[in-house]
Design a protein around this ligand. Structure first.
Ligand SMILES: NC(=O)c1ccc[n+]([C@@H]2O[C@H](COP(=O)([O-])OP(=O)(O)OC[C@H]3O[C@@H](n4cnc5c(N)ncnc54)[C@H](O)[C@@H]3O)[C@@H](O)[C@H]2O)c1
Length: 347
């Protein structure tokens, strides 16, 4: 069992990573929540495989469980479902001492976390991530959100969980496409930090999965502790995201996010080589790794299309756009790039 303590300014909590730790969610929550009730929010892919185990664990620890099942997929992370979950928490008579448990991927984690952040002006919640992306990224750091018609994650709150329990055995049932999605974000961490995570990823994800997940969480921990609310340093976690969001937008959000991040990371490496002094060897090393992971290094859209879409993104401020550039592997920086230069960079 690996345990990583996140010491965020608004809350301290442990991320437990282990094979089979799903069975201990009840005991873990018992230490954090004085209440008798726990509302488990999950989706219709995850529920048939893992819900019984999780509910049993909570009951064994003395909790009454109430379960809300979303339809799987990004479309469920919407305002209507958010309000419906709040009504469900109220009709289940959860009070301030009770807790929410988010069992699933980032969609469930984001919407259940936002419901916990707002119900009775904020109750405790626990993350039980079941996808590679949610284990390594979305369950840690306290960003919760829903999507609006105008764009993804446009309403939300910073609200830290009281604990995160990541059972790596859940990855055995995760479709290959979702593993790749998670690998896109892990590739991002490998560029941000370099060192051991990059070397292990080059040696093969499945050979070192548990260690790579723990290293990813630890990298995110360090960044979140330094800048919980993304005033500055946390922005480096957006490496690759400026062109990736543009591509997702152009696709009508039909492209998987993590896979687009891999193409985005490589785009920013090429841009950083062309304009910000990144050595060719570093860019080529990550490109080789990206191919080996079965991820794309380029987008299906032209630099002009990506630049136009990025200029309208929420991260655009006036005539410039926030983007993360790479000086060297392990050395990244958030900069403002004039909109007029984007099409030369998104090559
Ligand atoms: N809060 C954050 O900091 C943060 C960071 C990155 C991404 N996100 C958000 O995360 C979301 C994406 O999360 P995701 O990639 O986990 O997608 P997801 O939650 O949609 O899960 C992907 C698919 O896998 C299924 N699934 C989940 N676990 C499974 C398992 N163990 N076995 C079989 N099937 C399983 C789900 O039902 C779903 O169909 C997006 O909404 C994104 O905005 C949030």
């Amino acid at each position: 069992m690996t345990s990583i303590t996140v010491n965020a300014p608004s809350g301290k909590y442990d991320v437990l990573i282990d094979e089979g730790c799903l069975l201990s969610v009840g005991a873990v929550l018992k230490k954090q929540s004085p209440g008798r009730r726990v509302a488990v929010v999950t989706d219709d892919n995850v529920a048939p495989i893992y819900l019984d185990k999780v509910e049993n664990s909570f009951r064994l620890a003395g909790f009454d469980t109430y379960t809300y099942i979303l339809k799987h997929g990004e479309a469920s992370k919407c305002g209507a479902n958010f309000l419906d979950i709040l009504e469900f928490l109220a009709s289940s008579r959860l009070d301030r001492s009770d807790a929410v448990a988010a069992l699933g991927g980032g969609v469930v984690g984001d919407i259940a976390g936002f419901a916990a952040a707002t119900y009775l002006r904020g109750i405790k919640y626990m993350q039980i991530p079941t996808t590679l992306l949610s284990m390594t990224d979305s369950s840690v750091g306290g960003k919760t959100a829903i999507d609006l018609k105008a764009g993804k994650n446009l309403a939300g709150a910073f609200w830290q969980p009281v604990s995160v329990v990541a059972d790596t055995k859940c990855l055995e049932t995760l479709p290959e496409a979702e593993i790749k999605n998670g690998l896109g974000e892990i590739l991002k961490y490998a560029v941000i930090a370099g060192g051991e995570i990059l070397e292990l990823l080059e040696d093969g994800f499945s050979r070192h999965a548990a260690r790579i997940i723990a290293l990813s969480v630890d990298i995110k921990r360090g960044i979140v502790e330094a800048d919980e609310k993304e005033a500055g340093p946390r922005r480096i976690l957006n490496l690759g995201h400026t062109p990736a969001h543009a591509a997702e937008k152009l696709s009508g959000y039909t492209f998987p996010h993590g896979v687009q991040v891999a193409a985005g990371v490589n785009t920013m490496l090429r841009a950083s080589h062309a304009k910000y002094g990144l050595g060719a060897a570093d860019a080529e090393r990550i490109e080789r790794l990206t191919r080996r992971l079965g991820l794309p290094t380029r987008f299906d859209y032209s630099p002009e299309e990506l630049a136009a879409a990025a200029a309208n993104d929420k991260k655009a401020e006036g005539s410039s756009v926030n983007a993360v550039i790479v000086r060297a592997i392990g050395k990244v920086e958030s900069v403002k790039i004039p909109v007029s230069e984007l099409k030369e960079l998104f090559i």
